[in-house]
Design a protein around this ligand. Sequence first.
Ligand SMILES: NC(=O)c1ccc[n+]([C@@H]2O[C@H](COP(=O)([O-])OP(=O)(O)OC[C@H]3O[C@@H](n4cnc5c(N)ncnc54)[C@H](OP(=O)(O)O)[C@@H]3O)[C@@H](O)[C@H]2O)c1
Length: 300
Amino acid sequence: MLRPLLAAPSANMRILITGGRGQLGQALQAALGAHEVTALGHDELDVTDADAARRALAQARPEVVIHAAAWTDTADCERDPERALAVNAGGAGCVAEACAGAGAAMLYVSSNEVFDGEKGAPYEEDDEPRAVNEYGRSKLEGERLVRSALGRHWIVRTSWLYGPGRESFPEKIVQAAHDRGSLRLVTDETASPTWTVDLAEAIARLVREPRWGVYHLTNSGYCSRREWGQEVLRLAGLAHIPAEPATQAEYGGPYRKPVMSALANVRAARLGIVLRPWQEALCDHVRVRAQAVEKAESSR
Ligand SMILES: NC(=O)c1ccc[n+]([C@@H]2O[C@H](COP(=O)([O-])OP(=O)(O)OC[C@H]3O[C@@H](n4cnc5c(N)ncnc54)[C@H](OP(=O)(O)O)[C@@H]3O)[C@@H](O)[C@H]2O)c1
């Protein structure tokens, strides 16, 4: 449900994507097909290497850099906060400095986990962030570094990504249902599941708009992690698999997640960019995934 833009789209652009082989990086390449895209994987550009970032920009001469590279394993970030900060904040800082030097605009992909989850309602772009885990702190520091390096930036906060090209929560739930026959899913963590395909399309619209600042982009609506898992099970024909409720504390992860960190997509909606409900996107993801599995099996 992306409404037409208020402003006419600008001409095709040269766009560089960092983290180009991650799940969002792959979806961005597909969504930005009309542009001249350079997508660099981790082995081609380590974003913590400032010289390498400058060289990559000098070579690709992008008008826009979409910074999708990050260390996204929340548990590992909790165990090694220094590395989390070096990759997620330091890496964003290196890319931002390179953008400032090369005259490129930068879109930094950030997270719902910059919020503490205590508001009790969806967070708007102007709400005060306060992270409660190391991953969130590193993403928030990345926002600060981007903001201080260049004015021509968009900070796009999103949440609970899943999509083609990586085994994410939906695939793990289906696998666990087959393996174990029953599940325990967390009820005290709420956000918006967001399909990378929809997010990438929304970002492709946003980068045509030189209206800088913070944006929240997620599929609309929100749910607990248990409700997300139950919807995955239903769509996969596994509704009979019990999904017992559990709290984060009972689950025993090494980190704390914000209890309610859904994001209100206020600023993008003003530009006519509105993502459809998360249930519809999830339904498409499950269908696309099933088709891909069927195709792979028939070609064996
Ligand atoms: N996943 C979510 O639920 C979620 C939610 C909110 C926001 N976000 C944000 O969305 C963005 C995209 O996430 P994603 O889900 O697409 O994650 P992803 O699939 O893990 O992709 C991230 C990519 O970054 C690469 N990377 C890691 N360290 C790097 C470095 N030092 N230099 C260059 N590349 C590096 C990774 O490569 P290797 O795997 O080879 O290291 C990976 O390909 C990130 O900024 C993330 O913080 C994600």
